[in-house]
Design a protein around this ligand. Sequence first.
Ligand code: SF4
Length: 348
Amino acid sequence: MIAPPTASNVKEPPVLEVLDLVKHYPIKDGLFAPDRVVHALDGVTLTVGRGETLAVVGESGCGKSTLARCIMRLEILTSGTLLLHGKDISHVGGRDLRAMRRRLQIIFQNPYASLNPRWSIGSLVMDPMRLHKIGDAAGRRARAVELLQTVGLGAEFMSRYPHELSGGQRQRVAIARALAMQPDVIICDEPVSALDVSIQAQVINLLKKLQKSLGIAYVFISHDLSLVKHISDRVAVMYLGQIVELADTSAVRQRVMHPYSQALFSAAPVADPRAAASKRRIILSGDVPSPVDPPAGCRFHTRCPYAKDICASEAPQLRAVEDRFVRCHFAGEPGFPPPAPLSEGKYT
Ligand code: SF4
């Protein structure tokens, strides 16, 4: 296993470490069929520093949300280790698990589904404090009002119900609930993708403001690459359950080194119309292979325009190449990956 990739400019120990994480889901095709597994995550290693935003990007089904659920211990890990402030939380239960969940919170994609419609906003925000036996009833109420004000909602929202709120207001309530535990890390699982574009910026700005004042680290899962480039400190690109490239966002803005990252980021919209006109959009041919039977060797070789014989037989490791970590046999070779042709090879 390689050393955990850490931000290049961070000196203090990471808040969260994910080491060689594996999550397989067993499936049964029939009574006499051999057991098979879905390879949702295979050897994911990363770190998150205090006050850092680590973005995790990739196509649907690449394992981003499974990673979020595993970090939150909402899934049983097949193998691997999770460290929070250096303490192993991979298998803790009972009181230790509750204590861990105070430090580690999650905001889900859909604010319409993540809040119980029968509860008032006040009850929803006070509930985590009640579950963790924090303060008395009056103290929790005062804290809930304070949290609602922190996220830009007033005390008058305490008596309202989720159906009376807009999508953006509901996501603010979800953020207030997460903040109630004073977490060190918040897993943001596509937190704005269900919101109108006009509301997205408000919620993102709120998250950034809270990070600055409270030093919270975010693991920001998203498929919005423009947004990721705007808000993250580092980016991890995932393909079929593995990280294929991990780098500082400033380095990613300059260039990407993995052929899959190249295709993925070519799809990101750019604001400058002249840059947009000259931009080459790479559309990979073929579907993402099944995670039940991932390709041998490099998992990307069935779609990679630069694949050679070795790619089908030898699995590349995630290794340090210049200013980043890349999982490709040829990363770091001069001129690799070459600029994509407009219509050639495995590009369409
Ligand atoms: Fe492509 Fe081979 Fe690199 Fe995999 S190892 S990304 S198939 S060139």
